[in-house]
Design a protein around this ligand. Structure first.
Ligand SMILES: Nc1ncnc2c1ncn2[C@@H]1O[C@H](COP(=O)(O)OP(=O)(O)OP(=O)(O)O)[C@@H](O)[C@H]1O
Length: 918
C-alpha cells in the first residue's frame, strides 16, 4: 500500500515537447480514405468511426419544385337558350324604385309575343373549344364566318350545373386559398349572360360563392389538413358604381347605416369585414349583400347589375400550417361579378341607365385593356407595362392581379342565341388571347398589397398610445374585446360542435390577458415618455452646470485681471510722468516697511540715548528757529500731508513723536535755509495742500499729479526768471536744481553736521534703478490709455484706491524728484555751462507742460481720510531724504540757515535711512 501511494521518482531529464509543425489538411477524399484504413499505431483499441459522408451525400433532399409560371385560366360558360313559354314573361320590378327603369310599352309588347325557337350560334367542340357560327343573314352578307375558339381551361355547356362550375373552376382556387395563396375569379360577359347567376346563383341553385363558403366550413369540419379550424374567415362585399356618371363610388354591402366607403387612390377605407363562423351566417350575409346591390331591369336582363361587385373571403392565419410547418399568412379569395357590357341597341337604355351603361362598358373596357397590356408586356418586357389600371377604381383595386402578380381566373359567360352572336363573337375574340397570360409565383411579395381595404376593426389599432388616457385604453380594450368576442364565438361554436366543456373560462382568461397586455403597453409608453423627459432634463442640468463652470472661470479670470490691474495701476499711475516711476515703487516699499520702521523708530526712541538727545536738541533748535522768526512762520514743511500745519507751535508739540521730530527737523532745515524775515508765503507744493495758502493759480494745479509736477517746475523756472541770483526758494518739488544747489551750498557753508551724501547717494542709486525698471514697464501702454483702462475696468473701490495711490505718487514725486535732480546738480557743479542749458531746457519743458495744463483743466478731487493718513506717514518716512533739501519761497527772497547736526543725529539718520530703504 505504501508503494502504491509513494510518489514516483523524478526523472533525471525533462523533455519539453514542442508543437509539431503544422501541415495542410488533406482533402476530404483522402481523409476519408485514410480514415477507412486502420492505423497501425492505434491497434484497434479506440477506433474512431469514419465520418458518414457517403451516406450523407446519398440522402436525396427534396428539391423545391421550380415555379412554373401558370397561364391565365379562362373558363367559358354557355347560357342555355331561352325557354319559350306561351305565357308572357312578366317583368317584376325591383323593390328599390331607383333601379326600376320605366318599361318600354312597345318592347313589352314584343316580349309578350310568343317567339319561335331560337337557334344557337355557338356549339361545343370539346371541353376546351367551341365553334361560333354566325347567323344566316350574316353569312349571306359574308360579313362574318365560322370561328373556332379553343384553349379554354374548361367550357361549361348550357346544361351544366353550378356544382360543375365550382368543381372545375373554383375548387382549385379554394385549395390554394386554404393553403394561404390568394386568388381572384372574375366573371365577364354581356349583360344577361349569367354572370350573377354563376357567382351568386339563387336560393335553389346557389352560385360559386355560396358553394365556396359551404365547402370552407365543410372542410373545416371534415379534415384538419387545411387548418381550417385554426383560422378565422372574414367576409366583405362592396360594389363600385357610378353616380350620374360623374365619378366612381364604393358602397359597403355589409355595412350598417351609411354604406359609402372612402376611396383614396387604390385604397378603400372603412370596409366592414364580418367574421363568418358558420355557413348560416355566411349565407345570411350573402343574401343581405344581394339585396343591397344596385340592379335594374333592362331589355337584356330583368335584374341587370348596375355595379361591379367584389366579394372578399379572407382567411386570417393563426399559427403554423400543419402541412408546410411554416408561418402561414393571410389569404384572400376574391370573386368579382362585373357588370355586363351593354349595347345600346340591345338594351335600349336611356337617361340614367344609359349613363350607367357607359360606366359599365368603360370599366369592362379598362379591364380588357389591362389584360391586353399585360399580355403585350409579357411578350416584350422592354416596352414596359402600361398603367391602364389607373383608369378605374376596380382595376386599381385589382392591380396586382391585372399585373400578373397574383393568380387569377376568368369565367366568360355567353349567350348562345343567334341574336347574341355579335356580343359573343366580340367577347371571345377579345378574351381568347388572355389565355397566354402568365402569372409569376410572387405571392409572398404581394401579400402586403393584396388587401387594400382597411377594415374598420383596425381603426382602434391605429390610435396613439402615447398618453395614458382612459378613453383610449377603453377603446383599445373594447376593440380587443370585440376581437376576442369574435374569436370566442368562433371557438365557442367549435366547442359546441366538438362538445368540449365550458370554453368560457379560457375565454375570460384570454380576455383578461389581452386587456392586461394592452394596459401594459400603455404604461410602457408612458414610462418611455417620462424617460425621454428625464433625459432632456438631465441634459439641461449638464448644460447649466457647464455654463456655471464657465461663468466661474470667467469670474476668476476677471478677478485675476483685476488684481493684475490693481498691481499695475500703481505703476501706470506713476507713469503719468515718467520721472515719477521710481517713487511709486519706493512708496510701495515704504508702505511695506512702514510698520517695521515705526516699530524700529519707537525702539530707537526708547533705547538710543543719542536719539533722545537729538530730540531735545531738535526741540531747542526748533524753538530757536521759532523765536528767530518775528512772525509766525507759515512756511509749510515740504512733507506729505502737512497742509494743516501752519505754525511752529503745532510742530513743536508734535516733536515728541519720532516722525514729528523728523518733520520739525526738516522745517528747521528749511527755515535755516530760507530764514526769511518776512512771512514766507511761498507755497510748498506738497500733496494735499489745498489748505495751504498759495497763489491761486498754483494751488489749482496742485491737485493733479502731473500738473503738480509741472507747477513745481514752473515755480522753479519762475524763480529763475525773477531772481537774478540762483533761486533759493525751497520748493521741494521736482526739478529744483537750484534748491539742490542751495542745499549743497548750505551744506558746504554752515551745516556742521556731515551731509548724508552716502545715504542720499544710495537712495539715488536705488531709485534710479527703479526708474529704469518702471520706465520699461510704463512703455507698454501710453499713460492716457492706462488711465482710461483703469477707470473703466476698476470698480469704484479700486478707483478710490487708485486715486489715493495717485496722490501718493504725487507726494512721492515731490519727494523723490529733488533727489534725481540732486544727482544732476552734482554734474552742474562740474559744468556751469551745462547747468544753464539744462535750466533752459527745463524752462521750455515747463512752458510746454503749462500749455498742456491749460488745455486740460485738472479736476479737484477729494481724498479719503485713510489716504491722507497714509501719505502723512509716508511723508514722515521720506522726509529724511529731504533733510538736506532747502526750503525756499517763491518770491525769490531766500534766507539760508545752516542746521547744525550732532553726531548722534547723524547716526540716527543713517540708521533710519538704512532701515527705510532696505
Ligand atoms: N346557366 C343558367 N341557367 C339558368 N338560368 C340562367 C343561367 N344563366 C343565367 N340565367 C338566368 O338568366 C337571367 C340573367 O342572368 P344574370 O342576371 O346572371 O345575368 P348577368 O350576366 O348578371 O346580367 P347583368 O350583367 O346585367 O347583371 C337570370 O334570371 C338568371 O337566372
Amino acid at each position: 500500500m505504501e508503494e502504491e501511494f509513494s510518489p514516483k521518482p523524478c526523472p533525471s531529464t525533462v523533455t519539453v515537447r514542442r508543437n509539431p509543425p503544422r501541415k495542410a489538411r488533406a482533402t476530404p477524399y483522402t481523409t476519408t480514405a485514410a480514415a477507412a484504413k486502420p492505423l497501425p499505431s492505434s491497434n484497434n483499441s479506440h477506433e474512431v468511426p469514419s465520418f458518414p459522408i457517403d451516406e450523407i451525400l446519398s440522402i436525396q433532399i427534396p428539391q423545391p419544385k421550380p415555379s412554373v409560371p401558370e397561364s391565365l385560366k379562362i373558363f367559358l360558360r354557355i347560357k342555355p337558350l331561352r325557354i319559350f313559354t306561351n305565357k308572357a314573361t312578366t317583368v317584376t320590378a325591383k323593390s328599390r324604385p331607383r333601379n326600376v327603369w320605366p318599361q318600354n310599352p312597345s318592347k313589352k309588347a314584343k316580349e309578350s309575343r310568343p317567339k319561335k325557337s331560337e337557334e344557337a350560334c355557338i356549339t361545343l367542340n370539346d371541353a376546351y373549344s367551341v365553334t361560333l357560327t354566325p347567323p344566316q343573314a350574316l353569312q349571306e352578307l359574308k360579313r362574318s364566318k365560322t370561328e373556332v375558339f379553343e384553349g379554354f381551361s374548361h367550357v361549361f355547356p348550357a346544361n351544366c350545373s353550378q356544382n360543375d362550375v365550382y368543381d372545375k373552376m373554383v375548387e382549385p382556387l379554394l385549395e390554394d386559398f386554404l393553403r394561404g395563396k390568394s386568388g381572384m375569379l372574375a366573371a365577364l360577359g354581356p349583360s344577361g349572360s349569367g354572370k350573377t347567376h354563376t357567382v351568386f346563383g339563387t336560393v335553389k341553385d346557389p352560385g360559386v360563392v355560396p358553394i365556396t363558403l359551404r365547402r370552407i366550413f365543410k372542410k373545416g369540419d371534415e379534415a384538419s389538413s387545411y387548418s381550417v379550424s385554426l383560422r378565422l374567415f372574414y367576409l366583405s362585399i362592396f360594389e363600385i358604381c357610378s353616380e350620374r356618371g360623374k365619378g366612381e363610388k364604393a358602397y359597403d354591402l355589409l355595412g350598417d347605416g351609411s354604406s359609402e366607403l372612402s376611396v383614396q387612390q387604390s385604397t378603400i377605407r372603412g370596409l366592414k369585414e364580418v367574421p363568418i363562423r358558420n355557413l348560416g351566417e355566411a349565407e345570411s350575409l350573402i343574401g343581405q349583400a344581394m339585396l343591397k346591390r344596385a340592379t335594374a331591369t333592362t331589355n337584356s336582363n330583368s335584374q341587370s347589375s348596375r355595379s361591379q361587385c367584389i366579394i372578399n373571403i379572407r382567411a386570417a392565419s393563426d399559427g403554423v400550417s400543419n402541412e408546410t410547418k411554416m408561418q402561414s399568412s393571410d389569404a384572400m379569395l376574391t370573386i368579382v361579378d362585373l357588370a355586363g357590357a351593354e349595347r345600346e341597341k340591345r338594351t335600349g337604355n336611356q337617361g340614367e341607365r344609359l349613363v350607367e351603361s357607359n360606366f359599365i362598358n368603360n370599366t369592362s373596357m379598362v379591364f380588357g385593356q389591362c389584360l391586353r397590356s399585360l399580355l403585350e408586356y409579357q411578350k416584350n418586357r422592354k416596352k414596359g407595362l402600361q398603367k391602364h389600371h389607373q383608369n378605374s377604381l376596380l382595376t386599381r383595386y385589382l392591380r396586382d392581379y391585372l399585373e400578373g402578380k397574383k393568380r387569377m381566373a376568368l369565367i366568360i359567360t355567353v349567350k348562345a342565341g343567334e341574336e347574341d352572336y355579335l356580343d359573343t363573337s366580340y367577347l371571345l375574340k377579345q378574351a381568347s388571347p388572355y389565355m397566354k397570360i402568365k402569372f409569376d409565383n410572387i405571392e409572398e411579395v404581394c401579400n402586403k398589397r393584396q388587401l387594400k381595404t382597411v377594415p374598420r376593426v383596425e381603426k382602434n389599432k391605429k390610435m396613439k398610445l402615447s398618453a395614458p388616457k382612459t378613453s383610449q385604453v377603453a377603446e383599445i380594450v373594447v376593440g380587443e374585446r370585440n376581437q376576442v368576442t369574435q374569436e370566442v364565438n368562433l371557438e365557442g361554436k367549435k366547442a359546441d360542435q366538438t362538445e368540449k366543456p365550458s370554453p368560457k373560462l379560457e375565454d375570460n382568461n384570454e380576455r383578461e390577458h389581452i386587456i392586461m397586455r394592452n394596459f401594459a403597453k400603455v404604461v410602457w409608453n408612458v414610462l418611455k415618455q417620462y424617460n425621454e423627459k428625464l433625459k432632456v432634463a438631465e441634459g439641461d442640468i449638464c448644460s447649466l452646470k457647464e455654463s456655471l463652470k464657465n461663468e466661474q472661470l470667467k469670474s476668476q479670470g476677471l478677478e485675476t485681471e483685476l488684481i493684475s490691474l490693481k498691481s499695475s495701476c500703481l505703476f501706470s499711475k506713476s507713469n503719468l510722468a515718467e520721472p515719477c516711476l521710481p517713487e511709486v515703487e519706493a512708496l510701495v516699499h515704504a508702505k511695506e516697511q512702514l510698520e517695521v520702521d515705526t516699530s524700529l523708530a519707537i525702539a530707537y526712541t526708547n533705547v538710543d540715548d543719542d536719539l533722545c538727545e537729538l530730540g531735545e536738541s531738535r526741540r531747542e533748535v526748533t524753538a530757536e528757529g521759532c523765536n528767530e522768526s518775528p512772525v509766525p512762520n507759515k512756511n509749510v514743511v515740504p512733507g506729505l500731508g502737512n497742509g494743516e500745519i501752519f505754525c511752529d507751535e503745532q510742530k513743536c508739540a508734535k516733536q515728541d513723536d519720532l516722525f514729528n521730530l523728523i518733520d520739525s527737523r526738516k522745517e528747521v532745515t528749511a527755515e535755516g535755509c530760507n530764514k526769511s524775515p518776512v512771512p514766507n508765503k511761498n507755497v510748498v507744493p506738497g500733496l494735499e495742500n489745498e489748505e495751504i495758502s498759495c497763489e491761486e493759480e498754483k494751488c489749482a494745479k496742485q491737485d493733479d499729479p502731473c500738473n503738480l509736477i509741472d507747477s513745481r517746475k514752473e515755480v522753479t523756472t519762475e524763480g529763475f526768471n525773477v531772481s537774478p541770483v540762483p533761486n533759493k526758494n525751497v520748493v521741494p518739488g521736482i526739478g529744483n536744481e537750484e534748491i539742490s544747489c542751495d542745499e549743497h551750498e548750505c551744506g558746504k557753508q554752515g551745516d556742521p553736521t556731515p551731509s548724508p551724501e552716502q545715504v542720499e547717494v544710495s537712495l539715488i542709486n536705488n531709485r534710479l534703478s527703479n526708474i529704469q525698471t518702471k520706465s520699461a514697464v510704463s512703455r507698454r501702454f501710453p499713460d492716457s490709455v492706462k488711465q482710461e483702462r483703469l477707470r473703466r475696468l476698476l470698480p469704484a473701490s479700486s478707483r478710490l484706491l487708485a486715486e489715493e495711490m495717485d496722490d501718493l505718487d504725487i507726494k512721492d514725486d515731490q519727494i523723490e524728484k529733488p533727489q534725481v535732480k540732486l544727482a544732476e546738480t552734482h554734474d552742474q557743479e562740474e559744468s556751469d555751462s551745462s547747468k544753464s542749458r539744462e535750466i533752459e531746457i527745463l524752462a521750455r519743458e515747463a512752458e510746454t507742460k503749462k500749455q498742456k495744463k491749460e488745455q486740460k483743466k485738472p479736476r479737484r478731487r477729494l481724498q479719503p481720510a485713510s489716504s491722507v493718513l497714509l501719505t502723512r506717514e509716508i511723508n514722515t518716512l521720506e522726509i529724511e531724504d529731504d533733510v538736506a533739501e532747502p526750503k525756499g519761497t517763491r518770491g525769490g527772497k531766500k534766507t539760508t540757515m545752516t542746521q547744525p547736526r550732532s553726531q548722534g543725529s547723524v547716526t540716527l539718520l543713517r540708521l533710519l535711512t538704512n532701515n527705510l530703504h532696505l
